[in-house]
Design a protein around this ligand. Sequence first.
Ligand code: SAH
Length: 516
Amino acid sequence: MSESKTTQIGYVALVGAGPGDPGLITLRGMHLITRCDVLVYDNLMADEFVALSSAPEKIFVGKSSGCHALPQEEICALLVKKAQEGKRVVRLKGGDPFVFGRGGEECQALALAGVPYEVVPGATAGIAGTAYAGVPVTHREVSRGLTVMTAHFAKDKQVDLPWEALARLDHTLVFYMGVASLETVSGELVKHGLSAEMPAMVLERATTGAQREIISDLASIAAKAREAGIRPPGLLVVGNVVNLAQELAWLPDRPLAGKRVLFTRAAESQYEAVHRLRLMGAEVLDLPVVSAEERREDPAIDRAIDELDQVDAIAFTSAIAVDLFFKRLNRIGMDVRRLAQHTLAAASPTVLEALRRQGVMADLTPEKTGAGQLAKMLQAGGLPTGSRVLLPRSSAADQSLPKAMIKAGYTPVPVDLYDSVSLDVNFLTVKLANWTPEAILFLSGSGVQALHRAAPGLFENPNGIIWACIGNKTSESLVKTGVNSVCVPEQPAVDAMVDLVVEQFQRSTAPRSIKK
Ligand code: SAH
């Protein structure tokens, strides 16, 4: 299928997002999500795909509190309509689009309308989810087959599965949409001859940080799951393979199991720390809230580069500034040798790393954050008073750094390399209706402002949320919104900030010491 817009008619890709862990989407799926014009989605577990998609149109068609999902015919009509407008549409679905996902119905509607479409399979909950509990759905010596079915029974219809056949099959049985009918299903199976001692598992929110598995026998699985307060989405798995769970469980211990973390950042940079949080069990919404827009046409930048001989030092305060500065330098035919005579300072370990990626070892990095610290570091590093210091940065940066430079006896030469623009995160409103973060992390003041604008409700009740900022400047912006208790690491590094958050979580869940 062509991805160009040369033809009048667009197309629809039905993409399976996998059961929850965002890492489980296919390469093809991710490719399409980042290049579509319209994203149509419903209640997904890995809804950060919605955040990562650059589609100008993101349409939610699922259920949200108080609102019904769009009826299926209307979803089909929407897909056809958007494709007929010439748009590249991605219809994103949890798990696999053809496994209880109504993908088949949508394809039929597209075929009927003559709209080209593509199906990108996804990891389905019944197979991928169970794998995350250490349960292989088949095993040569234990189970010779897998039967997958839905346990959702329309209210007015009788429970209509071939119970007797299922009881006789000797397969692993996986029931989707089964949380509401655990008693019925387990009861019918036993009634029709399956052993009451057959191992069974209820698996809730598999592959996410909130995954829980309840393992028991068929006779008592429903009661155990109710006792544990299991809620949809969940699967019921019945069969001897469930016995392997203990031996094969491979997920590491998750000290942050089920903790909800909102990680805000610039679209340009992704952080390993997010993966680290997920490995600890946190459910992380990795959310780009701002984007750096290079001031490509701004002659002041080229002038600053032309006049590099007139400055003695360059102080970089963000990784994006480093990347854009070098890009600009290269674009006008120069490279790092142009900076051979300059003192180069990095305001934080992140900036230091960005310089390293350009093949540059910074001369100086401060141990603490803050404008004053950067100026002091230049002094301590022996930069003579009266030196001119180039400050390539965001147009949103305030005057504190230039002021601190002047105070230290230097002449600051600020140059605005980029504008920080807020991204459209309107879909957050839907997400936040049933997902409240327990920790929110910020990497910049513009990030704070963007989130504050998009979701002011989050800031109204700051207590009970762990707020963390990479440095003091960012935390000042946060305090302005009314949040007064903020974690800020000593070193302005993402990993250090994440460590602080983990510590806070552990402190809040640790048993309180008993006063004697
Ligand atoms: N197309 C999806 C299934 C959609 S039906 C797929 O292939 O996985 C929705 C049902 O799928 C839920 O009721 C639940 O039974 C199951 N399900 C989806 N994601 C799940 C998850 N992460 N953990 C457990 N069950 C899940």
